[in-house]
Ligand binder design. Structure first.
Ligand code: TTP
Ligand code: MG
Length: 407
């Protein structure tokens, strides 16, 4: 894998912190979320004040109450945490589309090359921390490194309110003095076995003879040693399922030119179609968005009787919606967009399709192949060709003002 920059972001004392935002009286105090101290359950999480007494996640509540009797015990409410988590992930998504949520309060971001946008990656991390603080009232700790495992350990390393960057080449040195328990992947059992072998630090684990590790842990032993050396080639994997795909563009000048608007819509529909087919999906719902000069915005959508994935089908529906919208309101348009949703697996309805659809599908696959090789504008329908007069072209694409977001 070429040199990457990975960020791991994890919220501090997440459940407790959400409770403290809702009830500021809890701030700065030992707080335990998980239930009342006489309940049989375990601690979900504890505030850092409670942690100084030895209270931690997964500890029986009774034990926590014994260690820290003055702690405030709260049931907790998962819905609130899920809601905060959603907002947190949305902030992160503003910073990089290469986002992999790894738990309710943590995520990996591939930020390779993002220096150009933020000066430095550290700066980018500071901005993320600020937004999370200002918008959610929560504190995020961030690790920056060349891969996931090092970024994760780095974010944990300086909690709370941490920001640690491990420069390329320093991974093994950063890991060496740390306790083996700090490595995600080493659970209590593995830790015990390693302690039995006299191994307490990641440096020792990294230097263990491979044969000894393989004897003890099989193939997993080799993997462990790699991780202990700060080597990890797992990629960032964004959640697989897109729920909708859309493209939109804002014009340099507001327009009432129907032909131009239709041509742009056609182009956007083709981009959506290509994305849809690349994801191996079909869609049952087609939508358009129109923003007028005064920023008033309308959206219109239609659910189709059958799912589709051809440019023609998407465009036809989008065009009907646009025609109707423009007939109802003829003001100059500032932005148009189109998108599809209600995505599903293709093929289920094949028997119902007529030959025209089959032909169109085959045509689209051929077009996709050519565009893959020669760029998006290598093949154009008569309609989009007109866009040459309006948009600059480069690297086989029209340069629309806002190339559009895909969700
Ligand atoms: P963590 O990120 O592991 O813990 P944390 O955010 O509370 O504290 P910090 O990151 O600062 O060390 O887990 C996130 C949330 O997941 C945590 O707030 C509560 C929940 N959780 C449990 O319910 N049970 C558990 O055993 C753990 C570890 C977490
Ligand atoms: Mg956390």
């Amino acid at each position: 894998m070429a040199q990457h920059t990975i960020m791991h972001v994890d919220l501090d004392a997440f459940f407790v912190s959400v409770e403290q935002v809702l009830n500021p009286e809890l701030k700065g105090k030992p707080v335990v979320v998980g239930g009342k101290p006489d309940h049989r359950g375990v601690v979900a999480t504890a505030s850092y004040e409670a942690r100084t007494f030895g209270v931690h996640s997964a500890m029986p509540l009774v034990t926590a109450a014994r260690l820290c009797p003055q702690a405030i015990f709260i049931e907790g409410n998962y819905r609130r945490y899920a809601e905060a988590s959603k907002k947190f992930m949305a902030i992160l998504a503003d910073f990089s589309p290469f986002l992999e949520p790894a738990g309710i309060d943590e995520a990996y971001l591939d930020v390779t090359g993002f220096e150009s946008l933020h000066g430095t990656i550290r700066n980018m991390a500071v901005k993320i921390k600020e937004r999370v603080k200002n918008e959610l009232g929560l504190v995020a700790s961030i690790g920056i490194a060349g891969n996931k495992i090092v970024a994760k350990v780095a974010s944990d390393h300086s909690k709370p309110d941490g920001l640690v960057e491990v420069p390329a080449g320093q991974e093994a040195a950063f890991f060496a003095p740390q306790a083996i328990g700090k490595l995600p992947g080493i659970g209590k059992k593995t830790e015990q076995v390693l302690h039995g072998l006299g191994i307490t630090t990641l440096g020792q684990l990294a230097n263990m003879p491979l044969s000894a590790l393989k004897d003890r842990f099989g193939i997993y032993g080799e993997y462990l040693r790699q991780l202990a050396r700060g080597i990890d080639d797992r990629e960032i994997r964004p959640p697989a399922e897109a729920r909708s795909i859309s493209r939109e563009t804002t014009f340099d000048r507001d327009s009432t030119d129907r032909e131009f608007l239709m041509a742009t819509l056609r182009y956007l529909a083709e981009r959506v179609g290509a994305d849809l087919r690349e994801n191996g999906r079909q869609a049952k719902c087609v939508a358009i968005k129109v923003r007028y000069g005064d920023f008033s915005t309308i959206t219109r959508q239609r659910t189709l009787p059958l799912s589709v994935d051809t440019d023609e089908a998407i465009f036809q529906t989008a065009a009907e919606l646009l025609r109707a919208a423009l007939a109802a309101d003829g003001r100059a348009v500032r932005l148009i967009g189109t998108g599809v949703s209600s995505l599903c697996e293709p093929g289920q309805q094949l028997a119902l399709l007529d030959m025209t659809d089959h032909r169109l599908e085959k045509l689209n696959r051929a077009i996709d192949r050519i565009r893959d090789r020669h760029g998006f504008t290598a093949i154009q329908t008569g309609r989009t060709l007109r866009l040459r007069d309006f948009f600059p072209e480069s690297a086989g694409e029209y340069n629309l003002t806002t190339p559009g977001l895909s969700r």
